[in-house]
Design a protein around this ligand. Structure first.
Ligand SMILES: Cc1ncc(COP(=O)(O)O)c(C=O)c1O
Length: 423
C-alpha cells in the first residue's frame, strides 16, 4: 500500500516551500568528509566512557541540564540561570528567534552566512533581512545597523562567519552595539570561537555585563567534537533565556549529551590542544594556498573559504574526484573543513593542479550575492507568487516577485532552497 502523495490538508505555504533538510555530503571510505566543519579527531576515551556509563535511559533526562549549566556558569562567572542548554546551538537559535520575532517582524543577518538562518526565520513567520557581506567577506556592521527598523526584533552576528571564516573585531562590535537599540535582541553566534587566535576578535561572554540585549551562542559540536550528540549553550540575561526556554521542545537534551559536555569541559586542556593544532593546520594551509595564487580570506574557524564564483561546481567536482568532499555554494564559493593531515596534504596537491587547470578559480572575487547587491528582505508572507527552484545552491536562482516593497527587495521563499543545508 502506498499513501496518497496529494496534499489535502492546509499547511503553511511558506513551510511547504521550504526544502527538506540537506546535510553536508557524506564521504565513502576512501574519501575525506570536509563538508560539515566537524572535528576530525576521534572522541577522547574518557568522554566515551562517561557516555557509556549513562545507562538509565529508561528515564527522562534532567530537563534543564542543571549540572552542565552549573559547570558553564562557573567557567564564565555567571549564574546557572544565565546559561541555557539546547540540543545543538541551532536549537537555541530557533528558540531565540521564535521568542522574539513573529509575522510582520524582521530578523537581520549578514549574507552569506550560516545556512540555517533563513529557514529558522521563515519558520518563525518573520522576514529575513540579509545584508550583503563586505567585499572582504566580513560582516558589514554599519549596513546591518542601518537596516534596523522598528520592525526589527533580532540581529544575528556570526563570528567567525560560516562559511567565509571572517571575524568581527571587538571595536567593530562595540561600535555596532552603541547604535543598536537596547530593546533589540542581538545574538552573537560563536560556534567556532575556540579556533580564533586573533587578539582583536570579539568574544561575547565578557560583554554580557555591558549589553543587556546580548545573548552569546556556543556549541560543543566543533571544538569539543560532540557534533553527533547535539549540545550547545546560550549565555545571557535570564528574561531572554526564559523566553527561549518557553519555546523549547522539552527534554530534547539527552543525559548522554549533557554528560559528554561535562566530561569534555573537564578535559578542556587536552581538547584545546587539539583545537590549537587544527588552527595551526588551518593557518599553514591558508598560507600555502596563498602561495599557490589563491586569493582567499584569512580563515578564523575550522574551515577555509574559496571564493570560486562561476567555477564553483567545477572546482568542487575536481576536489570530490580527488576524494575530498567539500561544501560548494554555487556560484559563490566552496567551504572546506580543516580535516585530517592526509586530507590537507591531498588538498594542497589538488589545489595546485586546479590553480593551473582552472585559473579562474583563484581570482579574487566577492561573494556573488554581495556584488552590488542591496539588502534583501525574504518574505515569508504569501502575497508574492510562490516560486520554487530546484537548484539548491544557486543564488542566481532567486526569483524576485514583481510586487516589490521598495526600496528593499522582496524575495520569495524559494531562496531558502539553499538555506537548508546545515553546518
Ligand atoms: C555558525 C553556526 N552556528 C551554529 C551552528 C550549529 O551547530 P550545532 O547545532 O551543532 O551546535 C553551526 C553549525 O554548523 C554554525 O556553523
Amino acid at each position: 500500500m502506498s499513501l496518497s502523495d496529494q496534499q489535502t490538508v492546509r499547511l503553511r505555504p511558506e513551510i511547504v516551500a521550504l526544502p527538506a533538510y540537506r546535510q553536508g555530503r557524506t564521504a565513502d571510505a576512501a574519501a575525506f568528509k570536509l563538508s560539515s566543519n566537524e572535528n576530525p579527531f576521534d572522541p577522547l576515551p574518557g568522554v566515551i566512557e562517561a557516555v557509556q556509563a549513562e545507562t538509565a535511559f529508561n528515564r527522562y533526562p534532567d530537563a534543564t541540564a542543571l549540572a552542565l549549566r552549573e559547570k558553564l556558569a562557573e567557567r564564565f562567572g555567571l549564574k546557572a540561570d544565565e546559561v541555557h542548554i539546547g540540543s545543538g546551538s541551532v536549537a537555541l537559535l530557533a528558540q531565540l528567534i521564535l521568542a522574539a520575532a513573529g509575522p510582520g517582524d524582521e530578523v537581520i543577518y549578514s549574507w552569506r552566512s550560516f545556512e540555517a538562518y533563513p529557514s529558522l526565520v521563515t519558520v518563525s513567520g518573520a522576514t529575513s533581512v540579509q545584508v550583503p557581506n563586505r567585499a572582504d567577506h566580513g560582516h558589514d556592521l554599519p549596513e546591518m545597523a542601518a537596516a534596523i527598523t522598528d520592525r526589527t526584533r533580532v540581529v544575528i552576528v556570526c563570528t567567525p562567519n560560516n562559511p567565509t571564516g571572517s571575524i568581527v573585531t571587538r571595536d567593530e562590535f562595540d561600535a555596532f552595539m552603541a547604535v543598536v537599540p537596547r530593546d533589540l535582541l542581538v545574538i552573537l553566534d560563536e560556534a567556532y570561537i575556540e579556533f580564533v587566535t586573533d587578539a582583536d576578535a570579539v568574544t561575547g561572554p565578557t560583554l554580557l555585563a555591558r549589553y543587556p540585549n546580548l545573548v552569546v551562542l556556543r556549541t560543543f559540536s566543533k571544538a569539543y567534537g560532540l557534533a553527533g550528540l547535539r549540545v550547545g549553550y546560550a549565555l545571557g540575561p535570564v528574561p531572554i533565556l526564559d523566553a527561549a526556554r518557553a519555546t523549547a521542545i522539552p527534554l530534547s537534551v539527552t543525559a548522554q549529551a549533557a554528560t559528554a559536555a561535562i566530561a569534555s569541559l573537564e578535559r578542556s586542556n587536552e581538547l584545546m590542544e587539539r583545537v590549537r593544532s587544527i588552527s595551526a593546520r588551518r593557518d599553514a594551509l591558508w598560507q600555502d594556498l596563498i602561495d599557490q595564487g589563491w586569493d582567499i580570506p584569512k580563515p578564523h574557524g575550522n574551515f577555509i573559504w574559496l571564493p570560486t564564483g562561476e567555477v564553483t561546481a567545477e572546482v568542487a567536482e575536481r576536489l570530490g574526484a580527488a576524494g575530498l568532499i567539500v561544501r560548494p555554494f554555487h556560484p559563490e564559493g566552496i567551504r572546506i573543513s580543516i580535516g585530517e593531515e592526509q586530507a590537507m596534504h591531498d588538498l594542497r596537491r589538488i589545489s595546485q593542479e586546479i590553480a593551473e587547470a582552472v585559473p579562474a578559480a583563484t581570482a579574487a572575487r566577492r561573494l556573488s550575492s554581495a556584488t552590488d547587491a542591496p539588502t534583501r528582505r525574504l518574505s515569508s508572507a504569501t502575497d508574492a507568487p510562490a516560486l520554487r527552484v530546484d537548484d539548491s545552491t544557486a543564488t542566481s536562482a532567486r526569483r524576485l516577485s514583481s510586487a516589490t516593497d521598495a526600496p528593499a527587495l522582496r524575495v520569495d521563499d524559494s531562496t531558502a532552497t539553499s538555506a537548508r543545508r546545515l553546518s
